[in-house]
Design a protein around this ligand. Structure first.
Ligand SMILES: [Zn+2]
Ligand SMILES: [Zn+2]
Length: 68
C-alpha cells in the first residue's frame, strides 16, 4: 500500500488564453481592421467579414449573421 499524496490538479487561470486576434474565417492572425460579431464578440478581419457577408456565411462561433 502506497501512501503517496496525489498532487492537486493544476488550476488554470480564469483569464482567456485564446488568441483574441485570431480570425476563424481565414484561420490566421487578424491584420488591419477588426470586425466583432455583435452576438458573441468573436473578432474577425474586417476583410473576411465582408467576404463572409457576400457569401452568406455566418459567424463560425455562434452562427449569427455577419452584419457590417
Ligand atoms: Zn458570433
Ligand atoms: Zn480573416
Amino acid at each position: 500500500m502506497s501512501d503517496k499524496k496525489v498532487p492537486p490538479p493544476p488550476i488554470l487561470p480564469p483569464s482567456v488564453t485564446f488568441n483574441e486576434r485570431f480570425c476563424l474565417f481565414h484561420k490566421g492572425d487578424i491584420k488591419g481592421e477588426i470586425y466583432t460579431c455583435p452576438a458573441c464578440k468573436t473578432k474577425y478581419c474586417l476583410e473576411c467579414a465582408e467576404k463572409a457577408k457576400k457569401e452568406g456565411k455566418l459567424c463560425i462561433k455562434c452562427k449569427y449573421l455577419v452584419l457590417m
